[in-house]
Ligand binder design. Sequence first.
Ligand SMILES: Cc1ncc(COP(=O)(O)O)c(C=O)c1O
Length: 393
Amino acid sequence: MTVRIASRMDRMAPSGIRKVNEKALAMERNGETVLHFEIGRPDFDTPEYIKKAAIESLNAGHVFYTSNFGTMELRQAVAGKLKRENGLDYEAEEIVITAGLSEAVFAVLATILDEGEELLVPDPVWMNYINVPNLLNAVPVPYELREEKEYQPDLEEIRSKITSRTRAIVIVTPNNPTGSILRRETLQGLAEIVIENDLYVISDEVYERLIYDGEKHTSIGSLPGMKERTFTLNGMSKAYSMTGWRVGYVAAPADFVPAINKFHQHNSTCAVSFCQDASVAALNEEGDEVKEMVREYTRRRDCAVEAINRIPGLSCLKPKGAFYIFINGKALGMRSADLADYLLDHAKIALVPGDVFGPGGEGYLRMSFANSYENIVEGCRRMKEAVEELRKK
Ligand SMILES: Cc1ncc(COP(=O)(O)O)c(C=O)c1O
């Protein structure tokens, strides 16, 4: 039988992160000890009070489909959170609960982009913002995030890239892979451009709670005139260490909600029933759990940043959010993919080549510090030794 795969699948790139991970796992199967800094997931267990709520939900028999929109309790809890923490005034009816933020990306882009229409996306960026528009036959148009500008976009560049086909701008703050956050004045400048050009913003705020040194997160939808132009995407994965529970959400301009929900109906029907109940507890009954995780992330980040900046040939900015360090290895004169391979082979440390996130990431490596303090100390020691070896060659 001839295997024929639809050509649209060629428009999606396989995950570069998983490629590194698969190689690291194969090395482990051969008895090697690899330190994992490639995967973008918190390493903490989900807080106990959330697990307890899930168990109670299961015991209460909440094992069936919920409303496609999500349970009203969770939509209300999300609306409450957005009001309390983000200054966003959404009704529960303007919120759709999705199977992770990833599904929300698909649902929103399928709802707003016709074939051939353009979406401005950061470069570098989490790759779903390239792969999904490509699959939809729309056009992701990159705008640069540069280290020299602390990864703030150049507003003039954005203006210059807007055409009659541009529909929306994607922002990811805090950012994956750079760990930067968009300053309030940058967001105000972006908001002006969006309003002037009658565009939408897709604002990915999944790392919003993981923010350091007293920095403040601003939701662009809270700026004047922006609510009706903003799709605010968020979820439980990163803040509450719930990546496997698959609960995300989109708060959208009301007119778009039925179409987003239609996509979601046909894609996943609903987010998992008892995970939705647990998410209500996560949002409404939080104590110090997230704060404690942030304290530990800060300790790990500081340790890694200091160690990396002491390695001749490598340097990095101190990330203000998320749990990624974007390491500049350009001085070593290698392509990021080769450098990541070298470090995996020789130092047994798994890092993601920066170009996986777009051409702007070439010359960089992404290190996740969602790993134990001890592993970070050991990983940086191995990195130093291997880079010193490399420089002798
Ligand atoms: C920027 C960004 N958005 C969304 C996600 C996925 O979130 P979820 O687990 O809710 O699908 C990730 C995961 O790495 C991410 O980095």
